[in-house]
Design a protein around this ligand. Structure first.
Ligand code: KIV
Length: 298
């Protein structure tokens, strides 16, 4: 299937065709996304928690995000890939934002970048868009500023808070973003934003009325075990599958059930006998055989 573009996503919104969106951080998961025909892949800074075992996304660096994005790009040559700008790669200034966004495109070949925040990042979005790069906005629960939000909490649950989010959404669209991701807000708020904006609105925990849905692979496949947000639907329990496989392997090794004959490379015909004779004639020195080179048997 041909890679979708920002125009295809606009068309999908117009037609009411839902956009499918997953995170990936490495080549194998990215390849599975592409094989399954997922429309967009986010190389999220959630890699901090899902892949690196960190308690928050803040420590992720540009270099780490570029490496993850390169691996994902290799696995998804025909899927729209979005690089997630890590903490402090865009907040400091418009110039820094443009330069760091540019690195995702130049070094990892992404199709777009995503950054968190509402009206306060409008200057950065405008700059990156002026630089010819596609930007996805991200409002609601924004993990990089979860400290200010009082933790990983749903947002926009009062009329006033929802109104602020709608203003943020409008400002992001006006700044030139091609799409907006809305995280952890009530479905009514997700719907109002979706109905208000002309650009596609994607949800992660923003209900069923948006133009598409994003889930984090570690959550939906059931292998990220630290916590599971309310908005996650688990489509698999890979933690149980992996745990069973690892335990079976350990048991097989300890009891000698693995490896079996079929897992071994045998020597070529007659070569083992030749080796035995060789070792007898010129015993190897050192190791188990002793410094004197006594060969201790076949
Ligand atoms: O990093 C990420 O995966 C994200 C999601 C939480 C939306 O930004």
């Amino acid at each position: 299937m041909a890679k979708k573009t920002v125009l295809d996503f606009m068309e999908m919104k117009k037609k009411g065709d839902k956009i499918t969106f997953l995170t990936a951080y490495d080549f194998p998961m990215a390849s599975f996304c592409e094989k399954a025909g997922i429309d967009m892949v986010l190389v999220g800074d959630s890699a901090a928690m899902v892949v690196h075992g960190l308690p928050a996304t803040l420590p992720m660096t540009m270099d780490q995000m570029i490496q993850h994005s390169q691996a994902v790009r290799r696995g998804t040559p025909d899927t729209f890939v979005i690089g997630d700008m890590p903490f402090l790669s865009y907040q400091v200034s418009r110039e820094r934002a443009i330069e760091n966004a540019g690195r995702f495109f130049k070094e990892a070949g992404v199709d777009a970048i995503k950054l968190e925040g509402g009206r306060r990042v409008v200057g950065q979005i405008e700059g990156i868009v002026e630089g010819g790069m596609s930007v996805m906005g991200h409002i609601g629960l924004t993990p990089q500023s979860s400290g200010q939000l009082g933790g990983f909490k749903a947002q926009g649950r009062t009329a006033d808070a929802a109104r602020e989010l709608i203003e943020d959404a409008l400002a992001i669209e006006k700044a030139g973003a091609f799409a907006l991701l809305v995280e952890a807000v009530p479905p009514e708020v997700g719907k109002t934003i979706t109905d208000t904006l002309g650009i596609p609105v994607l949800s992660i925990g923003a209900g069923m009325y948006t133009d598409g849905q994003l889930l984090i692979v570690g959550d939906m496949l059931g292998y990220f075990e630290a916590f599971t947000p309310k908005f996650v639907k688990k489509y698999a329990n890979l933690a149980a599958v992996i745990d069973k496989a690892f335990r079976e392997f350990a048991e097989d090794v300890r009891t000698g059930r693995f490896p079996e004959e079929k897992h071994c490379y045998r020597m070529l015909e007659g070569e083992h006998e030749k080796l035995q004779a060789l070792l007898k004639k010129t015993p190897p020195r050192g190791g188990r055989h002793g410094l004197r080179g006594e060969y201790l048997g076949s």
